[in-house]
Ligand binder design. Structure first.
Ligand code: BG6
Length: 519
């Protein structure tokens, strides 16, 4: 037999041949023995998302019996103090009901290591703690290290993990590192950051969190597109006029100046969440749902994507000014605590992109995001072309717009189709109506939180939902020119809180003969 034939007979490498894996993929998988170490346990993310997600996984029976959680921070805490912090965070923020017996079991594996990132002694204590857990609880030398810390500390923590031998364990044990955005602030810094992380952890052990990919509704984009015959035939430039991706938030930035000032809306969410949505909506069908196939298709899509020009007409940015959020009067960004009075940080950003491939040639992708907008909503809308001919009198179709397919990522998760329908009566009059699918009414189960899915996948070593190095760098490559352009051209335009953003965002679409959807 040739070696190719031998490979085929043996099923080939697992990632090439999903058929080899005969497991029923509907059954939940439980990770093998392992522990999770969180750096940055005193931060908001740990308390609001990570600790509750770990409890929710335990509550759903998805963690191994040996599972242990180790917190690492500077606070003078004993194990019990840290355990109390986790307990309070779980009680306050967990998705599933609190059950004492689940908590008691989880709490048995909670430890705390006190120290700073530059303290070798602290890493020696961490190693000792992990070895003890291996012996006492059977975590088997398998560890995930979650860096919920500022990126400028990544290098030090990675190096300390390397020195203490925790980064590349031997004898079939695994060590994984989980990093949170921001993955740099431009292409150059992202490359440097990736080089630092990859000098310690091989790429297959690096899990970059983009929590949007952990959302059920985001994963459903692939099901909608590739499990159905209904949509894919029209999913291209022959039928689609434009794609609009909106992530609007009603919250302001009070309390987040430390992270947000100087970063802005484009770096905060367009570089990651919105470009990942674009990749999933625009990519070709992968050969299968193996991680490499998925990543390869997203990479292809991002490689074909670029900004439309000229940037003064195809982009818009704004900064929220005081206004009303419902009945509450809210301050503008410049009055928020911690922001400098002349901050030019944008809290609203909109860009127009085009995709150089056969499927999307000539179809603009409009991306927008903002804080203190009228409503919290994230959606992806495919706006279809107008019918080539309407056999009606003009007056009969005055209230007929363009057909649209809207994927409602959150809240009110679901899908809406908008189309024209006859208004009941003796005359022919056609008006827009919509047909809705809603998760809430179609399924009995609640969707898990994004972090539950992502933490579980880290422990399982399942990389599909984590952007690789190349995706991160391509996204910066797309965005860098507009960031540079904005840095050199004045300041963002003020918009009143509680509205849909600055007038320039509306002008931008008008110039291109389009209008933003009002979700
Ligand atoms: C984060 C951003 O990544 O996503 C925040 O840093 C934003 O600024 C948040 O508020 C929104 O997440 P979600 O899941 O509430 O849409």
């Amino acid at each position: 037999m040739t070696s190719a034939a031998q490979r085929a007979a043996s099923g080939g490498p697992g990632w090439l041949n999903p058929l080899r894996d005969k497991r029923d993929k509907r059954m939940p998988r439980i990770p093998g023995p392992c522990g999770l170490v969180i750096f940055g346990v005193t931060g908001d993310l740990a308390r609001k998302k990570l600790m509750p997600a770990i409890y929710d996984l335990a509550n759903r029976g998805l963690l191994p019996a040996s599972f242990s959680l180790v917190g690492f921070a500077r606070r003078e805490w004993a194990d019990e103090n840290f355990s109390q912090v986790v307990h309070d965070a779980v009680k306050k923020n967990a998705r599933t009901p609190f059950r004492q017996e689940v908590w008691d079991r989880l709490a048995e594996g909670i430890r705390f290591v006190q120290g700073s990132f530059d303290d070798e002694g602290a890493f020696a204590r961490l190693t000792e703690t992990l070895e003890k857990l291996d012996a006492e609880r059977g975590t088997a030398g398998n560890h995930a290290f979650y860096l919920s810390i500022p990126p400028n500390a990544f290098q030090m923590v990675c190096e300390q993990l390397q020195k203490s031998g925790l980064a590349r364990p031997q004898n079939g044990r695994w060590s994984r590192v989980v990093i949170e955005k921001p993955f740099g602030h431009d292409l150059q810094s992202a490359r440097e950051l990736n080089a630092v992380v990859n000098s310690v952890f091989p790429e297959e052990s690096v899990f970059r969190i983009d929590h949007y990919l952990g959302k059920e509704t985001v994963q459903n984009i692939l099901a909608l597109r590739f499990a159905n015959e209904l949509y894919e035939p029209i999913w291209n430039a022959n039928y689609v006029d434009s794609v609009q991706i909106t992530m609007s938030e009603d919250i302001g930035l009070g309390g987040r100046a430390g992270y947000y000032d100087g970063v802005g809306a484009a770096r905060d969410v367009i570089q990651n969440h919105l470009l990942q949505l674009l990749a999933l909506v625009g990519m070709e069908e992968p050969a299968n749902f193996g991680p490499r196939q998925l990543q390869a298709e997203k990479i292809k899509m991002l490689s074909a994507t670029r900004l439309m020009h000229p940037l003064d007409q195809t982009t818009a940015r704004g900064q929220y000014a005081a206004g009303w959020q419902g009945s509450v009067k809210v301050p503008g960004l410049l009055e928020e605590e911690g922001f400098s009075k002349d901050s030019t940080t944008e809290t609203f950003a909109a860009i127009a992109l085009e995709v150089d491939n056969r499927r999307w040639a000539g179809v603009p992708f409009f991306l927008r995001t903002g804080k203190r907008l009228a409503r919290r909503v994230t959606e992806v809308a495919l706006i279809l072309k107008k019918a080539p001919f309407l056999p009606f009198d003009k007056t009969m179709t005055e209230e007929l717009g363009q057909n649209a397919l809207v994927i409602r990522i959150q809240p009110d998760e679901g899908i809406t189709t908008r189309f024209g329908s006859k208004v009941p009566g003796s005359q022919m009059e056609v008006r827009d109506v919509s047909m809705d699918f809603s998760y809430g009414s179609a399924f009995a189960e609640d969707s898990p939180e994004a972090y539950e899915r992502l933490i579980l996948d880290v422990l399982l070593g399942e990389p599909s939902l984590f952007p690789v190095n190349a995706e991160v760098e391509l996204s910066w490559e797309i965005l860098d020119p507009v960031l540079n352009y904005w840095a050199e051209h004045g300041r963002p335009e003020a918009y009143e809180s509680g509205t849909w953003g600055p007038p320039s965002a509306f002008d931008m679409l008008h110039r291109m003969g389009r209008e933003w959807r009002r979700p």
